[in-house]
Design a protein around this ligand. Structure first.
Ligand SMILES: NC(=O)c1ccc[n+]([C@@H]2O[C@H](COP(=O)([O-])OP(=O)(O)OC[C@H]3O[C@@H](n4cnc5c(N)ncnc54)[C@H](OP(=O)(O)O)[C@@H]3O)[C@@H](O)[C@H]2O)c1
Length: 331
């Protein structure tokens, strides 16, 4: 038996967009995978995982919640690596995001890492952070060199422009690095930009649900947001490299090209004109339109050779929506 077939890894948040792709890739590579979900009994959200190739033999689904202390202890016990992807992504407007949303991220990371300190079998933890923990600051200009992993988003900037997701990812990642250093954990972090690509989950979540919202409803205003874009396949590759390459360390930016949200919508409408259901316009929001480019040399030197194009990301996302019956009347 191949050595890696004996290895078991844990992926937190198995019902998520990124986690589901990662689980499928790990199963394909022969790893045993334990994944956490909040409610394993909810077959409407977990059933698709059992249909993945090799799932019946190699997959286990266990319950864990980021907000319950000790919840991940059993989930990570005995595995050799933990991929921590679970985190709230959508902000509930009823909550106080500065407090509740940010605290969920920070505390969730600490809960998972604390569980990892109790399992000596764990050799490495891969945390999914974000380029949102890198790109937000007052002084970026178009002339600046590409942002690299040494750069962190400015918390005051996040507060001023109410960038709660960026604030949560920044503080959550910083606390995770500090905790790992103090407790001697081998933590490697992937910082993806805006992820596109086919969905495996039964319904769209996260970033692709945002895209679907715009193309099906017209949604009025799209975000005044300049951001890096990355294909889910490249995000999965980055996570696998972070796990499998022994020398991997610190943070890794994982992003294809940077473009304004409006320019990407325009590319999409040019290719799929029927999707333009109504005139949408750019929101007037400030603070999210920072000119920047991203230095991806670190992840490339780890083995990720070239990122998929924006066109491919758009095509794969749209085709996936179509296959799920979400755009039947539009294409
Ligand atoms: N998608 C992107 O463009 C992108 C870019 C950069 C970074 N990231 C990061 O990548 C990670 C995964 O994102 P994603 O796009 O895959 O998001 P997603 O599809 O919304 O998945 C998030 C996962 O987290 C779980 N979760 C949320 N709150 C939880 C809690 N209190 N306890 C346990 N699990 C909880 C969700 O479970 P339920 O199904 O039960 O809600 C879901 O499985 C996140 O850390 C996100 O910040 C995403």
């Amino acid at each position: 038996m191949d050595q890696k077939k004996k290895l078991e890894v844990c992926v937190t948040g198995g019902t998520g967009f990124i986690a589901s792709h990662l689980i499928r890739a790990l199963l394909h590579k022969g790893y045993n995978v334990r994944t956490t979900v909040r409610n394993p009994e909810d077959v409407s959200k977990t059933g698709f995982l059992w249909k993945m190739p090799n799932a019946k033999e190699q997959l286990r689904i266990v319950q864990a919640d980021l907000m319950e202390e000790g919840s991940f202890d059993a989930a990570v016990s005995g595995v050799s690596c933990v991929f921590h992807t679970a985190s709230p992504v959508a902000i509930n407007p009823d909550m106080n995001p500065e407090v509740t949303f940010v605290r969920t991220h920070v505390q969730g990371n600490i809960n998972v890492l604390t569980a990892c300190t109790k399992s000596p079998s764990i050799k490495r933890i891969i945390l999914t952070s974000s380029c949102s923990a890198i790109r937000y600051d007052y002084n970026h200009t178009i002339e600046d060199p590409p942002l690299d992993e040494s750069i962190w988003s400015n918390i005051e900037y996040c507060k001023e422009y109410k960038m709660w997701y960026a604030m949560a990812k920044t503080l959550g990642e910083k606390e995770a690095h500090a905790f790992a250093k103090e407790r001697g954990l081998d933590l490697v972090v992937i910082n993806p930009s805006f992820v596109l690509g086919p969905m495996l989950t039964p319904t769209p979540t996260s970033t692709i649900s945002l895209v679907l919202q715009f193309i099906t409803t017209g949604a009025g205003e799209y975000p005044n947001m300049r951001i890096g874009w990355v294909h889910i396949d490249d995000v999965v590759t980055a996570h696998l490299l972070a796990f499998e390459v022994p020398s991997a360390n610190g943070r890794y930016i994982c992003s294809g090209e940077v473009a304004h949200f409006g320019d990407v919508l325009q590319m999409l409408y040019n290719k799929y004109p029927k999707l333009k259901t109504s005139e949408s316009s750019c929101s007037k929001e400030k603070g999210n339109n920072i000119f920047h480019t991203l230095d991806t040399s670190k992840i490339q030197s780890l083995g990720l050779r070239g990122f998929k194009s924006l066109e491919q990301m758009i095509d794969d996302t749209i085709q996936s929506f179509h296959q799920h019956g979400l755009l039947e009347y539009l294409l």
